[in-house]
Design a protein around this ligand. Structure first.
Ligand code: PGA
Ligand code: ZN
Length: 395
């Protein structure tokens, strides 16, 4: 494929914040892509945009990359490596603070779409058969609610691993979200479309388990509950600070294991602050394979950090967010490392999302078992709809 033109501009994400959209014109046609932004970021993530703002990233594409990539040829996924080398030559920083990792993400998504003529999942793997199961955000707080009283943990999630197909799993999450909303008296919503009540963790887990059980019985498969504690944002350097208590590192570990056992949690993301590999390993060892102990801020989709996490046996599951690392080549490396080391992968949206559906294609093409994309809101639902479209093509 020959690149004939690239162009970038600013769009608004689901939070109303500016982000970047890129168009690639090639002999395969015109293809578009955009990149999301997080609010609850890990400190080891690359910068989505430079401190001067999104316009600097847009200008870099339109003034420099456009000329640099004119007439450039790429044919396969691994050729993206050459594109990354060119961008790195201009950025020259470890964390993309000069140009912004979102330039790479939006550009690589558009290039991949152009290479695949839109069918990215089958371009990555023509024999792909497996569709991921949706991990849906039902109730939340933390960094995804601005102001006012909120829940201690950032996300309370739903997951049905043994649903017979993706459509019924999507339906189950939506049905529970709706029933729970009614029970809570329709409070305001988080950035990701989850309900944002001001209730205790225990009360929320009781309600969620109760409603999930009812819908499970009706639909005849198990729908389980999980949480993203985003614990770095609770940690003050010494203690985990809750609305009504303060816990030491040791007490936090005991509290997490207790919650997993009491509420049969199948999924716990970032239960400890982002540097505590040893503490993660203690929890992972204690729960065995009963619960996915998932690193998000802990690893930030970084292959180097992942290798440490593997060595320390810190996790049995990993969140994959392409714009945490700003490189699709490294995203692939991370997924392969996880597969080799029996670590489950979960590809994830960000709290500030766009209408881009690339993560749905990456989930299928890279055989990722779980996708975290929220239950409600057009930027989340479009990714679930895309998965159902892909399923039709597979069948
Ligand atoms: P984000 O994080 O707000 O940075 O997208 C969500 C999460 O912690 O999973
Ligand atoms: Zn998280």
């Amino acid at each position: 494929m020959i690149i004939k033109k690239i162009k970038a501009w600013r769009i608004r994400d689901s939070r109303g914040e500016p982000t970047i959209e890129v168009m690639v014109k090639s002999d395969n046609g015109k293809f578009y892509a955009s990149a999301p932004s997080g609010a609850s970021k890990g400190k080891k993530e690359v910068m989505a945009f430079p401190k001067e703002g999104v316009q600097k990233s847009v200008d870099f594409v339109n003034k420099i990359l456009r000329k640099e990539l004119y007439g450039y040829k790429i044919n396969k996924f691994d050729d993206l490596n050459k594109i990354e080398k060119i961008i790195e030559k201009y950025d020259k920083t470890e964390n993309f603070s000069n140009i912004g990792g979102n330039v790479v993400v939006a550009l690589e998504y558009a290039l991949l779409r152009a290479l695949a003529k839109g069918q990215v999942w089958s371009f990555l793997n023509t024999n792909a058969k497996q569709l991921p199961r949706p991990l849906g955000n039902c109730i939340g707080g933390g960094m995804h609610v601005t102001g006012g009283e909120k829940t201690d943990f950032q996300e309370f999630l739903l997951l049905s691993l043994n649903a017979t197909d993706i459509a019924i799993a999507i339906y189950a999450n939506y049905k529970i979200w709706k029933l729970v909303g009614k029970e809570l008296g329709k409070p305001k919503k988080t950035d990701e479309g989850a309900w944002a009540p001001n209730l205790s963790t225990e009360k929320i887990l009781d309600i969620l388990n109760k409603v999930a059980k009812k819908v499970s019985e009706e639909l005849k498969f198990e729908i389980k509950v999980g949480i993203d504690m985003a614990a770095s944002h609770l940690f003050n350097g010494k203690q985990y600070v809750y609305k009504n208590k303060r816990l030491s590192k040791k007490e936090q570990i005991k509290y997490v294991i207790g919650l997993i056992n009491k509420y049969n949690l199948v999924y716990v993301e970032d239960p400890l602050e982002e540097d505590d590999m040893k503490g993660f390993a203690e929890i992972t060892k204690a729960v065995k394979n009963k619960c996915l102990i998932t690193g998000d801020d802990l690893v930030c989709t970084n292959p180097k950090i992942l290798k440490n996490a593997i060595k320390s046996k810190a996790i049995n599951a990993l969140i994959v967010k392409p714009n945490q690392i700003g490189s699709l080549i490294k995203v692939k490396e991370v997924i392969e490392l996880c597969k080799k080391n029996h670590i489950n992968t979960i590809i994830s949206h960000r709290s500030g999302e766009t209408m881009d559906t690339m993560i749905s294609h990456l989930a299928v093409g890279f055989n990722i078992p779980i996708i975290k994309t929220g239950i409600y809101g057009k930027e989340r639902e479009i990714k679930l709809i895309e998965l159902q479209n892909i399923e039709k093509q597979i069948k």
